[in-house]
Design a protein around this ligand. Structure first.
Ligand SMILES: [Mg+2]
Length: 377
């Protein structure tokens, strides 16, 4: 590929709705699906890279935000990733919405990495410094409406070989105790993580963790509201159970603040939250320097993002096991390859260029139709 062939000719965006197989329960609400924007960046030489931005439903705001920064990318070399994304991040109103910028621009950046990998014939993990492991470990994500359904799902996940089991709490005190007891019994001595998704005040968190500790949670993820790092620290210092920061941490600057204040034992982070794959790498370096660990975070996204996160997992030294992916919760994924189904919780490494994903154009068209339907158009 010549230098001129790598200039960016177009950025195409498609708003999509991803439907969940079953109602997705978390402390905030119950979701039927999630919004994303498919980002396709095309070069003058005819190469295309694909990425995915996290969006609301409908995704109009994210579409408008990508359109606003598109002129900064057009005509520029696709391999100048740091310079282009930094320029876009500091454009106009993005200055005041760093988390929104992160969720939006990560999809464009992901497409640039896919493009660069395809141009040189290398997988993204190699472009990012090379794999430090041959496989990434993922947790079994318990789903269900009732205690019985949760316990049954947990039993199946444990039988499938997942070493780490993860479930949502924050569904009410008695329900949380009942559900956690049933899942603990179903999974035996597997490791168990509990995530109340910001549901509790400091006092409630200390009380609830006091009740749930008999079920030996490995860690409690983001017990308190996302706005306060000191709340997280107060809980961590009070309960004697490891605490993970999730919603309170997006950008590398957030990671620095949390690590400096010793507010968490683990940082749960996605490339969307960090602001891209490069930003995730910076965040992971801070985590490593602080002597804690980083855990890949799943959101309502497709296998495009999960493939990108997997590339990061392969190259990140400070990674935990029991990472999160969520494509398995979708009615259908947007890709036909690679197969992202973990075996005994583990997913290996592939050497195909870029992210290595094959888009399923029919599935993309159905997700675009569903987006318009859910948007009421
Ligand atoms: Mg979480």
């Amino acid at each position: 590929m010549t230098e001129s062939g790598m200039r960016i000719a177009a950025i195409r965006t498609t708003p999509l709705a991803l439907a969940f197989k079953e109602p997705y329960h978390w402390a905030g609400r119950v979701d039927d699906g999630a919004g994303v924007v498919l980002v396709e960046v095309e070069t003058e030489g005819g190469l295309t890279g694909v990425g995915e931005s996290v969006a609301a439903l409908p995704a109009d705001g994210t579409l408008a935000a990508i359109r606003a920064v598109t002129p900064l990318f057009l005509g520029q070399p696709a391999h100048d990733i740091e310079r282009l994304v930094t320029a876009a991040r500091h454009l106009g109103s993005f200055n005041h919405t760093p988390w929104y910028a992160a969720l939006t621009l990560a999809g464009v950046e992901m497409a640039l990495w896919d493009l660069l990998g395809k141009a040189v014939g290398w997988p993204v993990h190699r472009l990012l410094g090379g794999a430090v492991r041959d496989e990434v470990d993922y947790f079994g994500f318990v789903q269900g409406d009732t205690t019985e359904e949760l316990a049954e799902d947990a039993r199946e996940l444990a039988a499938a070989g997942y070493a780490v089991i993860y479930m949502k709490v924050g569904r009410g005190e008695e329900a949380d105790v009942r559900n956690t007891a049933a899942v603990r019994e179903a999974i035996g001595d597997r490791r168990l993580r509990l995530d109340p998704n910001c549901a509790w005040s400091v006092a409630e968190a200390i009380h609830m963790i006091g009740r749930l500790r008999e079920f030996e949670p490995e860690w409690i993820e983001q017990p308190t509201p996302l706005e306060s790092i000191s709340a997280l620290r107060q809980v961590r210092e009070s309960v004697g159970v490891p605490i993970a920061a999730d919603q309170a941490v997006f950008t590398p600057a957030d990671v620095y603040d949390i690590c400096r204040q010793r507010a968490a034992d683990v940082i749960v982070l996605s490339p969307h939250e960090a602001g891209g794959l490069l930003a995730f790498g910076k965040a992971a370096a801070i985590v490593e320097a602080a002597g804690v660990a980083v855990c890949l975070h799943g959101q309502g996204v497709s296998g495009i993002t999960d493939a990108a996160q997997h590339q990061l997992g392969l190259r990140t030294a400070s990674l935990t096991d029991g990472n999160q992916i969520m494509h398995q919760l979708l009615v259908e994924d947007l890709i036909t390859a690679p197969d992202l189904t973990p075996a005994h919780g583990k997913l290996g490494r592939w050497e195909t260029p870029g992210l290595g994903v094959e888009l399923d154009r029919d599935a993309v068209a159905r997700a675009a139709e569903l987006h318009e339907h859910w948007a009421g158009r």
